[in-house]
Design a protein around this ligand. Structure first.
Ligand code: MN
Length: 129
């Protein structure tokens, strides 16, 4: 058994090539232990969001703070609240981030899920809720 305490883990700022705005990523497991499952805590500042992207495997997002704004390509912009779990299918083009009025943190569980990144989510796309 290992405990990954948030206070002892390193976090890194989001990459501006793949995120709009500011977010911090904390890896919550050890990739060497479980190479096929990766768990991240991602803390988004208000208005921050990922670029459009896909994963090769399933991704589960659980909101643990604030309101999550997300969209599947071709669908409406939607919001999820604390405790909600968003399950993203392999290959679904999507984005996720904070709402405009406050920070949002989610835990992301990626299962055999390499990520392919695409273009930024524009302000007009983000606001189309
Ligand atoms: Mn995703």
């Amino acid at each position: 058994m290992k405990v990954f305490s948030l206070s002892t883990l390193d976090s890194e700022p989001s990459d501006p090539k793949t995120f709009v705005g500011q977010a911090r990523l904390t890896r919550m497991n050890d990739a060497a232990d479980r190479p096929h499952t990766n768990v991240y805590r991602v803390a988004f500042e208000p208005g921050a969001r990922t670029h459009w992207h896909t994963h090769t495997g399933p991704q589960l997002l659980q909101v643990i703070e604030g309101t999550c704004r997300y969209q599947k390509d071709g669908g409406a912009v939607r919001e999820a609240d604390v405790g909600d779990l968003i399950a993203i299918e392999p290959g679904e083009r999507h984005w996720h981030g904070a709402g405009p009025d406050g920070p949002m943190t989610h835990v992301a569980i990626n299962i055999d899920a390499r990520t392919s990144w695409f273009e930024a989510v524009t302000d007009a796309q983000y606001a189309a809720s």
